[in-house]
Design a protein around this ligand. Structure first.
Ligand code: FPP
Length: 255
């Protein structure tokens, strides 16, 4: 444990390199589409799963840095509802990563007051994945620091469709009037119900799309895209994204 904490603290020196960031205006919620693991592996003549393994290591660095910078919520798109279309070996490997990551990192996350949270259709995940993530959520439920929100088997269209279904059921039962449905009602039925919307959305690997990620929640988020492949993403890229974010004027449709 001590060794792990020392490792965590050692990244604090990277704060020096964060001087182009204004501490006051740090985005409270950052959401990341971690893309490019496969291409990273291909470039190195390695199997795709080697890219995912390397991608998992990056999560650790970015969580530490986000915590150092005082970010409140970090949402990571780890597995989408569309990722089941991949070869079974790759899907199996991807769904082992949360367990591998948490087996190693959970004690440090607990120590650092990080609260692990999930969004997605968790029921449909393999037992071993469910067990690992359920333990992490339970063991960190009273923590009050950085919220680490893993999107696992998550798809925004499913989330919205499900919210509409739940609201329709309430109307059918008579516990809600159709005229009472407003944005806040829909928001309460999303998997992010108690989270603020992302202030900043990052996507790596040069792809310029949302891929069914938080379609409702990113309505007014700032987007930052980079060609860097996820396994090459590091603390300085995060700082750069925040620095660009801080130069943007957020008007929310106003002037
Ligand atoms: C997209 O890259 C990445 C994914 C589908 C998986 C992301 C998962 C991780 C980074 C690790 C997850 C770890 C934990 C602890 C949850 P891609 O495979 O689509 O890359 P490509 O577009 O280059 O093929």
């Amino acid at each position: 444990m001590l060794e792990k904490l020392t490792k965590w603290k050692s990244t604090m020196s990277s704060q020096e390199k964060s001087k182009d960031i204004d501490d006051i205006n740090v985005p409270k919620h950052i959401a990341i589409i971690m893309d490019g693991n496969g291409r990273w592996a291909k470039q190195k003549g390695l199997p795709r799963i080697a890219g995912h393994r390397e991608g998992m290591k990056v999560i650790n660095k970015i969580v530490r840095k986000a915590d150092d910078l005082g970010i409140e919520i970090l949402t990571l798109y780890a597995f989408s509802t569309e990722n089941w279309k991949r070869p079974k070996t790759e899907v199996d490997y991807l769904l082992k990563l949360p367990e591998r990551f948490l087996n190693k990192e959970l004690p440090t996350l607990i120590e650092k007051n990080v609260k692990v949270r999930l969004m997605g259709s968790i029921d449909k995940l393999p037992e071993h994945t469910k067990k690992a993530v359920a333990k992490a959520v339970k063991d960190t439920e009273n923590n009050t620091g950085l919220v680490l929100n893993f999107a696992l088997n998550y798809g925004s269209r499913y989330e919205l469709m499900n919210a509409v279904k739940e609201i329709a059921q309430q109307v059918e039962r008579g516990s809600l009037q159709a005229s009472e449905i407003d944005e806040s009602v829909l928001t309460e039925h999303l998997m992010t119900a108690e989270l603020r919307d992302p202030d900043l959305l990052i996507r790596t690997s040069g792809e310029l799309r949302l891929s069914n990620f938080m379609l409702w929640q990113v309505a007014y988020s700032e987007f930052w895209f980079t060609d860097v492949l996820w396994p090459d993403f590091n603390e300085q890229h995060l700082v750069e994204a925040i620095s660009v974010y801080q130069k943007r004027a957020r008007r929310y449709g106003g002037v």
